[in-house]
Design a protein around this ligand. Structure first.
Ligand code: 26Q
Length: 754
């Protein structure tokens, strides 16, 4: 049946209305049903070897457009809606965004699912169905306020698999209830995202913001992602969530194997489990435990699991490497401890170095250590990150298992981050080089000759101008903020963390504010945009948000400065808003302290959409730099070796920099100036000031001068629009390497062998 008739019939049967008369909400429900129906008929990807990508986070974003694209009916649906007086963009607004992730690691998992299905590899995601997501960020009194983020509606992408798995905790059992979301690839074949839930979950226990009783596990377990882990009960709840996920997952995997008639002795021939950071690491001892329960000898079970599992490290920050006191594990899942003890004993047999022990002298269990000893592969997520793991952070392990270490530079799905969010640029690329790049992203290189083509330059500038207008409309609608589409859009959007140095950007904006106040007239108005959620218990991060929001008002209230400068912080930065911000960006701020950002993936999305990077040689910026060359990127700051050296020698002092550089001192002191305190909260501002002047653990002041200088150069470069457009085109042309299809092909060749 043709699509138009199908849509008309569904509107009639569901709502007894003509298509033209339906509301956006009704159209969304109709399209949701229709899409689910089409996906139900799509062939499953099968094979006798299967991947389980297990992760505490899947930041999948809205699914309608993406699924329509991958089903090959996006344009048709858009046209049919238009013919009936509707816009697909408006219909999309009715879709709630599932908030099942924090940031990079969760979004990466979602891009990977898209590419795994597109490459027709049999592989499912496995995670938890958090009812209230991470949290919804609101700004009140210039501060972040956290609210629950309910996203599940009666009609949703979730399918009930009507399957339960019993998870044994020390004092009680729970029934993990399996749901799924279909993941359709570009060739119309499908895998699944499998999400475990608890029927006993009770949203009613949440009160004032996101507070709830952390001890009522049966009611709270699947409510929030990473509940506040600043207190002991919060941390313990996290262990409950982790064990819940891995125990249900391990049972399901063994059930799959048996259902296929494969003997458990051949487990590693048929199953590969990719462990997404240490959050699901307990899958290793749990799987061993279950195999032993099935009658397998423990040595054989360990051997199998070591061949089945592979571990990805996403961070070099020591504080993010999870380690749990043995006492927690004994309270949550004591049945794991004998297995972990055995793994620890074997690890100590392999290496007597206490730094590689799984259980240390204070009876703390190091999850990453268990992963490296007892999985077949350990990978970092960008070249520099893997190098730092090998030669610094995990060097003791690298010496022990050099063959296990490998790099898999991250990638992004072009279906969402180009086709869906920037159809204008997609069509432009197709008009120049055909649509082959949608299958083979490296074909984007064919755009290179257009970098010097005056007509092509004008065209990309026009598309950027259109996307900037769209963003201005979006922000007006979403947040009531007006921005000037004729200004330069200079954007930093990512989780708030000191190492990402939003505070350095803020200090540089203070500098711009002061210069303009002192009479400097910038050639063009600049709109600096931030978007970031801070962890609820991360005090300094929240103080940085406070300072940004206060400064934003100071600038807006200044009749002179506001003509040339605007500072905006978007509320509740999420995938939906990333899809609007990124295509509209002129400048992509990637300014982490070198050595600290494992990869970054936002940097790739900006580049693909024709933004020029202002950044440090950190994470995947290094690879972007190599690809586009010095002339098409703005790099500044201390290199990673020097930074690592500063930490080793403990010789960095922000106070010393302030003593020696009065300009830097003035900028920092502005945080506690009368102007700031008049609008803001003195306690927060003083705490931030104190932190930067006495600690500045992530060295914002080290690179502040070079950052401000480089930023000036970027703004100056923007004035030569032909040169700027050629930089945009080079960035787009060189972005092919960052397709997650390439990343997934590498995982498959080197690790999964599906
Ligand atoms: C750990 C312990 C207790 C509570 C929370 C956590 C925790 C939660 C989330 C630790 C880490 C995360 C998330 C990490 C993350 O998103 N890392 C990012 O991964 C991206 C994908 O590889 C990289 O591009 C980013 O550089 C990296 O920061």
């Amino acid at each position: 049946m043709d699509l138009c008739k199908k849509m008309q019939d569904s509107a009639m049967s569901q709502f007894h209305k003509e298509l033209a008369a339906c509301s956006n909400e009704e159209l969304y429900c109709m399209l949701l049903d229709l899409t689910k129906e089409l996906m139900k008929d799509a062939p499953e990807i099968t094979g006798d070897r299967k991947l389980y990508y297990i992760s505490a986070e899947f930041l999948i974003g809205k699914l309608l457009s993406n699924n329509l694209i991958n089903l090959g009916i996006y344009k048709d649906v858009k046209e049919i809606l238009a013919a009936n007086g509707h816009s697909l963009a408006d219909v999309e607004e009715a879709e709630p965004e599932p908030s099942l992730g924090n940031g990079g690691l969760g979004r990466l998992a979602a891009c990977f699912l898209d590419s795994i299905a597109t490459l027709e590899l049999p592989g499912n995601g496995v995670g938890i169905n958090y009812h209230l997501g991470l949290f919804h960020q609101q700004f009140k009194d210039h501060k972040q306020n956290e609210q629950p983020d309910p996203w599940m509606t009666n009609e949703s992408w979730l399918n009930d698999k009507e399957k339960y798995y019993t998870v044994h905790f020390k004092d009680f059992d729970v029934q993990a209830h399996l749901y799924s979301i279909d993941v359709i690839g570009y060739t119309h074949k499908k895998n699944e995202l499998l999400l475990f839930d608890l029927d006993t979950a009770d949203e009613g226990i949440v009160e004032n913001g996101i507070d709830f009783d952390k001890t009522q596990i049966e009611k709270n377990l699947p409510l929030f992602l990473y509940p506040d882990d600043s207190d002991e009960n919060g941390r313990k709840l996290r262990v409950y969530q982790q064990y819940f996920l891995v125990s249900a997952a391990a049972q399901m995997i063994l059930e799959d194997v048996k259902a296929n008639g494969w003997p458990l002795s051949e487990l590693s021939d048929h199953v590969v489990i990719q462990i997404n950071d240490t959050h699901p690491s307990m899958v290793i001892p749990e799987l061993i435990r279950l195999l032993v329960e099935e009658g397998m000898d423990i040595k054989e079970a360990i051997g199998q699991v070591e061949k089945v599992c592979a571990y990805t490290n996403h961070t070099i920050l020591a504080e993010a490497l999870e380690k749990w006191p043995e006492s927690y594990l004994l309270q949550v899942a004591p049945q794991l401890m004998p297995i972990i003890e055995e793994l620890d004993r074997m690890a100590k047999e392999r290496d007597s170095n206490p730094k590689t022990a799984i259980i240390d002298d204070s009876r703390t269990v190091h999850m990453a250590h268990m992963d490296i000893h007892f999985s077949k592969s350990t990978n970092g997520v960008a070249a520099i990150h893997t190098d730092i793991l090998k030669h610094t952070e995990l060097n003791d392990f690298y010496k022990l298992y050099p063959e296990k270490f490998n790099n898999k530079t991250n990638g992004i799905t072009f279906r969402r981050w180009l086709e869906a969010c920037n159809p204008q640029l997609t069509d432009w690329i197709i008009s120049k080089i055909g649509d082959g790049f949608l299958k083979d992203a490296e074909e984007l290189n064919l755009l290179m000759p257009y970098a010097q083509d005056a007509k092509a330059q004008q065209e990309v500038l026009a598309i950027k101008a259109e996307k900037k207008k769209e963003l201005a409309e979006f922000l007006k609608k979403r947040q009531g903020v007006e921005i000037d589409p004729d200004s330069i859009f200079d954007i930093q959007v990512k989780r708030l963390h000191e190492y990402k140095r939003q505070q350095m950007n803020l200090l540089s904006v203070i500098n711009m504010y002061q210069e303009i106040k002192n009479g400097y007239v910038p050639p063009k108005k600049i709109t600096v945009i931030f978007g970031a959620k801070a962890a609820p218990a991360y005090i300094i991060a929240k103080d940085i948000i406070h300072a940004i929001l206060v400064l934003s008002d100071i600038i807006a209230n200044d009749p002179v400065v506001s003509k040339y400068l605007q500072l905006v912080m978007v509320e509740n930065y999420d995938v939906t808003c990333a899809e609007k911000l990124i295509p509209a960006a002129d400048i992509s701020e990637q300014i982490s302290l070198a050595s600290k950002e494992a990869s970054g993936t936002g940097n790739m999305k900006f580049m693909l959409n024709g933004a020029v990077t202002l950044g440090t040689d950190d994470g995947a910026n290094v690879e972007i730099h190599e690809l586009v060359g010095d002339d098409n990127i703005f790099i500044f700051g201390t290199d990673s070796d020097t930074v690592i050296d500063h930490y080793a020698k403990a010789d960095y002092s922000s106070a010393k920099i302030m003593e020696e550089d009065s300009k830097v001192a003035d900028l920092v002191n502005f945080l506690v100036s009368e102007e700031m305190i008049a609008l803001g909260d003195e306690e927060n501002l003083r705490r931030l000031h104190h932190d930067i002047t006495t600690k500045d653990w992530f060295m914002a002041l080290l690179d502040l001068e070079s950052y401000m200088n480089e930023r000036k150069k970027v703004y100056a470069a923007y004035e030569d629009s032909s040169k700027w457009a050629s930089m945009m085109i080079v960035n787009i042309a060189k972005a092919g390497f960052f397709s997650s299809d390439r990343t997934i092909a590498q995982y498959n060749n080197d690790i999964w062998n599906l």
